[in-house]
Design a protein around this ligand. Structure first.
Ligand SMILES: Nc1ncnc2c1ncn2[C@@H]1O[C@H](COP(=O)(O)OP(=O)(O)OP(=O)(O)O)[C@@H](O)[C@H]1O
Length: 305
């Protein structure tokens, strides 16, 4: 068990832990300097094996900062992060940065923590990288230049790199940002598969639907000193989401190809096309009419993956 940081006594009681606990956070607080405001204080939560935790909140609220504290990239000012597993961090930015590496080489880099300085990767490192590429479904691109992949493909390669590192706990910063619907579905499917295999997954997201779809628990930055953690369906209520994002959001149940599920539907205000038949339909719209489809009676659709 690794204690990443303990600068000050933890003010919050830690949640109960079990053999299945991968991560325990208690009394966590961070600010970038003494003259900057606290981004969060007194945070406490746990993550079990096989669990996906989603972190949601407005821009600049401190989500990436929290992930860095959980990954050991930043030292919390207060509290403690105790991890029972190596943490694999997948950053938000997956730009190619002019790299000429192949996909296989990028994934192999995930093995660096197992190697001494200047040591050549061993057979077992190549095997681990190959297994990670198979597991995440990127083995077919092994010899392609990473720089020539799309954003969604790169995201999957970075997930494979984190898996290759042997980390049992993945921490991902907005893994589905900038992805089309198909790739969002694919990334979420990969994360759900890793969790089903017993790994722990923590991700930030600006998509409440993604959290509702795959997460057991959610951590919600509501107000400056109001942070909530608990079962996703209890956290991501209409009133809580409306408070987080500062606009009305409803959470209807819709029929999909794979059954009924709860989604989050925001009212974007005057610019919203009111003729969509959605939950906020009221005032006539200047926009050209579109086919009306009530959310509660949407026809089943095929899975995107
Ligand atoms: N290295 C840094 N030094 C000082 N302030 C920083 C640093 N990095 C981030 N910040 C500030 O901390 C705040 C939180 O940033 P962070 O990136 O954690 O937010 P976020 O919730 O992930 O935002 P977003 O949803 O926009 O990605 C922001 O005001 C940001 O400007």
């Amino acid at each position: 068990m690794t204690i990443l940081s303990a600068l000050n006594p933890a003010p919050a009681a830690a949640s109960a832990t079990s053999e299945e606990t991968l991560l325990q956070v208690s009394g966590l607080g961070f600010r970038y300097s003494r003259v900057r405001p606290w981004l969060f204080r007194n945070l406490g939560f746990t993550l079990e094996r096989g669990e996906i935790l989603s972190i949601l909140g407005p821009n600049a609220r401190g989500k990436t900062t929290l992930l860095k504290c959980l990954s050991g990239l930043l030292t919390p000012r207060e509290g403690q992060v105790t991890s029972a597993a190596a943490v694999g961090y997948v950053p938000q930015d997956h730009g190619a940065g002019g790299t000429s590496f192949t996909v296989a080489e990028m994934v192999l880099m995930g093995r660096s923590r197992h190697l001494r300085a200047y040591q050549t990767p061993r057979r077992e490192d190549h095997d681990a990288a190959d297994a990670a590429m198979e597991r995440v479904g990127v083995a077919g691109w092994a010899n392609r230049p990473y720089s020539e992949l799309s954003g969604g493909q790169r995201q999957l390669v970075l997930i494979a790199r984190a898996v290759a590192s042997g980390s049992e706990l993945l921490v991902l910063d907005e893994p589905a940002s900038a992805l089309d619907l198909h790739n969002q579905s694919r990334v979420l499917g990969v994360l759900a598969g890793l969790a089903a295999d017993g790994m722990g997954v923590i991700m930030t997201t600006h998509h409440p639907d993604h959290a509702l779809h795959v997460s057991r628990n959610a951590l919600l930055f509501v107000g400056s000193d109001d942070t909530r953690w608990g079962p996703t369906d209890q956290m991501l209520t209409s009133s809580a989401l409306s408070a987080v994002y500062g606009l009305p959001i409803c959470t209807p149940t819709v029929g999909t190809g794979s059954g009924n599920r709860v989604i989050a539907v925001p009212d974007f205000g005057p610019s919203c096309r009111k003729d969509c038949g959605g939950p906020f339909a009221a005032a006539p719209s200047d926009a050209a009419p579109v086919a009306s489809a009530r959310l509660t009676s949407a026809p089943p659709r095929k899975d995107l993956s």
